[in-house]
Design a protein around this ligand. Structure first.
Ligand code: NAD
Ligand SMILES: O=C(O)C(=O)C[C@@H](O)[C@H](O)[C@H](O)COP(=O)(O)O
Ligand code: ZN
Length: 357
């Protein structure tokens, strides 16, 4: 199955199938050299990819997970490209989880002001979210994803076979973003999850493949309409809808020093924003309960062991904030995102305390 992303920066396809990585040779174009950026701890991924490339290959192993998304690692990657004599017709491949593809995409976006990029996500989260839509970047000590660029890949290869080796926590983490797509857009995702949550976690099964495809379809549709996240007003929400659960979620990730998986953190963020949406947007309490049932049922956390006061200052660095006020993405009903501007702090706090309770 292939999903087309009709991006204004450059359209491309997301291929979702077992064995998708075998499409790589057909995507190399006139590149003389290919750099494969991968987690050093997963050499088999790099070998699988490098074995498909009939050009000069530079393997760039980077630290695992969020430890890859730093200015120092970014600079190391630039140095490796310089050593390899990487020119404008050469190509970067990112293979790994969302952290690796966020970094690799930014390396491609910044080297010589932009060289071709192919993204090969190897986690559920990378496939359904991080590798699609052109957001690339790194973290700073001050917060999550604070430096980056919108930069589209030439193609995204979601090889479902790669999911077979994932830890349970990483399957659940990716499914958190899938459930997000259900609440902001596609009701069938919620129906499939409600019907059989255990099946959703079986990465070899048809329900899992359906969920991945549906989430990619949601993301493709949203980013094609608003790549640069610039069109939200009131209840007409563009790309910012994909940030549902992320204002608190990113603060949790930073507070936990990136020891929590992204999907775990945004699970807490979604449980919170659902309650905020109930209190400020009139969201049906039954849908709040559905957040808890689905996320909790997948083994994802619904609370975080820190006070609201510890997390609130971190939330101010959220990219949706303007001036000194927070802007949040809530939902008024399933499939209806809405911007919550200058929210009442007392409500944000009481919703958070409800989670902890
Ligand atoms: N750019 C975007 O639009 C976007 C969207 C969502 C999330 N993100 C970012 O993505 C990151 C989270 O992605 P993630 O959850 O994939 O995290 P990750 O990259 O940290 O990977 C999670 C773990 O999975 C392991 N792993 C990767 N592939 C594997 C495989 N095939 N088999 C076994 N283990 C494997 C990794 O080594 C790592 O330990 C965060 O940095 C988040 O901010 C970006
Ligand atoms: O693609 C988007 O837009 C998203 O918001 C998707 C999120 O799931 C993702 O975590 C993204 O990296 C968040 O971006 P940020 O701009 O809030 O850092
Ligand atoms: Zn996310």
């Amino acid at each position: 199955m292939s999903i087309h992303v009709a991006s204004a920066l450059g359209p491309y396809d997301v291929h979702i199938e077992p064995g998708a990585v075998r499409r790589l040779p057909g995507l190399l174009g006139d590149a003389s050299r290919v750099a494969v950026i991968h987690p050093a701890s997963l050499p088999s991924l790099a070998e699988r990819v490098a074995g498909l490339i009939d050009r000069e290959v530079t393997l760039i192993g980077v630290p695992d997970a969020e430890a890859a998304k730093t200015p120092a690692v970014l600079a190391d990657c630039w140095d490796a490209l310089a050593d390899a004599g990487f020119t404008r017709n050469d190509l970067v491949v990112g293979v790994g989880g969302g952290a690796t593809t966020d970094l690799a995409g930014f390396v491609a976006a910044s080297w010589l002001r932009g060289v071709a990029y192919v993204s090969i996500p190897s986690t559920v989260l990378g496939m359904v979210d991080a590798a699609v839509g052109g957001k690339t970047g790194i973290n700073l000590a001050a917060g999550k994803n604070l430096v980056g660029a919108f930069y589209e890949p030439r193609a995204v290869l979601c090889d479902l076979d790669f999911c077979r080796t994932l830890a349970d926590v990483d399957v659940a983490s990716g499914l958190a973003e899938v459930i997000k797509c259900g609440f902001i857009a596609d009701p069938e995702i919620l129906r499939l999850a409600q019907e059989n949550l255990a099946d959703c976690r079986d990465v070899t099964g048809p329900r899992f493949a359906d969920l991945v495809t549906r989430a990619v379809a949601v993301k493709a549709r949203v980013v094609a309409a608003d790549l640069r996240e610039a069109t939200s007003h009131g209840d007409r929400v563009g790309r910012e809808a994909l940030n549902y659960g992320h204002t608190l979620g990113h603060a949790v990730e930073k507070h936990a020093h990136f020891t929590w998986r992204h999907g775990q953190a945004i699970s807490v963020g979604m449980a919170w924003i659902a309650r905020v949406s109930r209190d400020l947007l009139g969201l049906d309490p039954a849908l709040v309960g559905l957040h808890d049932d689905l996320l909790g049922g997948l083994g994802l956390p619904l609370s975080y062991p820190a006070s609201y006061d510890e997390l609130r200052p971190i939330m101010s660095l959220d990219k949706k904030a303007r001036g000194t006020t927070l802007r949040l993405v809530g939902i008024t009903a399933q499939g209806h995102p809405a911007i919550i501007d200058t929210p009442d702090e007392a409500i944000l706090r009481s919703a958070y305390d409800e989670l902890a309770g």
